[in-house]
Write a protein that binds this ligand. Structure first.
Ligand SMILES: [Zn+2]
Length: 122
């Protein structure tokens, strides 16, 4: 006699073995899950999709409800330190201006010669 089990989702009856039923590790009478393999897979797929949608929606609705907060959390640091950051950038640039310019020049030169080389090869 084959022992069978009825799926709680699709209500199909399958032989009770690993081919048809995902194994459940704990809290199970027969060692298998209540959903057949097919339904379990479908459920986990749907769960994943739902979760993804819910997460996206949650953030969107949160942002809609708290536009100020969303803006704040995104640009808080920048806004707060804008002046300082700009100044620091400027200072850094002034300090390393020559090096930056040399780098750019070098980069362009290299690019140009490499492009020329490539062109020649072609
Ligand atoms: Zn099923």
């Amino acid at each position: 006699m084959i022992i069978t089990k009825t799926c709680r989702i699709c209500e199909n009856e399958y032989p009770l073995n690993e081919t048809f039923w995902p194994i459940r590790k704990k809290n199970s009478k027969d060692g298998f899950r209540g959903e057949c393999r097919k339904c379990a897979r479908k459920m986990s797929n749907e769960y994943r999709i739902q979760r993804k949608e819910r997460l996206g929606k949650d953030f969107k609705s949160w942002r809609e409800k708290h536009p100020e907060k969303a803006k704040e959390s995104g640009g808080k640091y920048y806004q707060k330190n804008k002046e300082r950051l700009l100044l620091e950038n400027k200072k850094r640039y002034e300090k390393n201006k020559d090096r930056y310019l040399a780098q750019i020049k070098e980069y362009r030169k290299k690019n140009k010669s490499e492009r020329a080389k490539r062109n020649r090869e072609w």
